[in-house]
Design a protein around this ligand. Structure first.
Ligand SMILES: [Fe+2]
Ligand SMILES: [Fe+2]
Length: 286
């Protein structure tokens, strides 16, 4: 896992490290920067228990010059048995406070600017959740879509453990987050194009290859479909799908940087995913 030392610093990204799994903890334990100036983006789904999220981010913050975090759905769960019983927005705010103590940037902080190779770029961690709008064609409402998903045997565990309080629903929380985030993004410096970081994909296309199409309901919102163009993104980083790959949308590079569950990465010939280089943009293969 130790990367080949590089002569220059890089902006790296990983997500979905799910460190409640011992095998994933071993993978994370082995992550080292390739240059003392490397930054690491951690795009959500670190763990479920608040103490596990903190321990993982503390370890990475100790090794990298800077760490940027945005929450995944798993950080927002209130799992049974967690001494931290906070729910919804309160839980999120608690994790933001934990990050601030560790010196880790969150969606609530000024966006840090990467001035290393490939920069300047504004590293913008976003938290915009999902609103059940990634529906099958012809399904008009959230309610009808959830009903169909249930009939097909697909219900995301978020429906049990992710409590959107004080909002009435995840989609209401998502609307609030969209509004706050649009305000932040309106103030971006055009001289430092953003690397948009969100746990959920900002566009729907990457969800088209999900094994269970109904799961897309819990994967994003149509409201962000043009953000990569609107805000002139240098790149977009996301996770959640556990399908690590690079895709291009309107000429913008989208990087799905998940590690995923041990049962998923164990079967890959390439082994567990390593932090992906975001900037400087890697040279195209071939
Ligand atoms: Fe995940
Ligand atoms: Fe996720």
């Amino acid at each position: 896992m130790t990367p080949v030392p590089r002569g220059e610093p890089a902006l790296l990204a990983i997500s979905d490290v799910h460190t409640a799994f011992e095998e994933n903890r071993a993978v994370v334990d082995a992550i080292r920067p390739g240059h003392p100036g490397d930054w690491l983006i951690v795009a959500g789904d670190v763990a479920e228990r608040a103490a596990d999220v903190e321990a993982t981010l503390a370890l990475l913050a100790d090794r990298f010059a800077h760490v940027v975090w945005t929450p995944g759905n798993h950080e927002l769960w209130t799992p049974p048995g967690d001494p931290c019983a906070l729910r919804g927005e309160e839980r999120y705010r608690h994790l933001v406070a934990v990050c601030r103590r560790l010196g880790v940037s969150t969606p609530e902080d000024p966006y840090p600017v990467w001035t290393g190779p490939g920069g300047p770029a504004t590293v913008a961690p976003l938290f915009v959740l999902y609103d059940y709008s990634f529906r099958r064609d012809g399904i008009a409402s959230k309610e009808a879509a959830l009903e169909l998903a249930r009939e097909n045997g697909v219900v995301c565990t978020d429906e049990v453990y992710l409590h959107p309080e004080p909002f009435a629903s995840a989609d209401a929380w998502c609307r609030d987050r969209l509004e706050r985030t649009r305000e932040r993004l309106a103030g971006l410096d055009p001289a430092a194009p953003p690397v948009l970081v969100n746990h959920f994909p900002l566009v729907r296309e990457p969800t088209r290859i999900l094994r269970y199409p109904d799961f897309a309901l819990w994967c994003g919102t149509e409201e962000t479909a043009d953000w990569h163009v609107r805000y002139g993104a240098a790149a977009v980083v996301y996770g959640h799908l556990h399908i690590p790959r690079t895709t291009w949308h309107d000429g913008v590079r989208f990087e799905e940087v998940s590690l995923g569950y041990p049962r998923e990465w164990r079967t890959r010939a390439s082994g567990p995913a390593r932090p992906r280089q975001i900037l400087p943009a890697p040279a195209p293969l071939g």
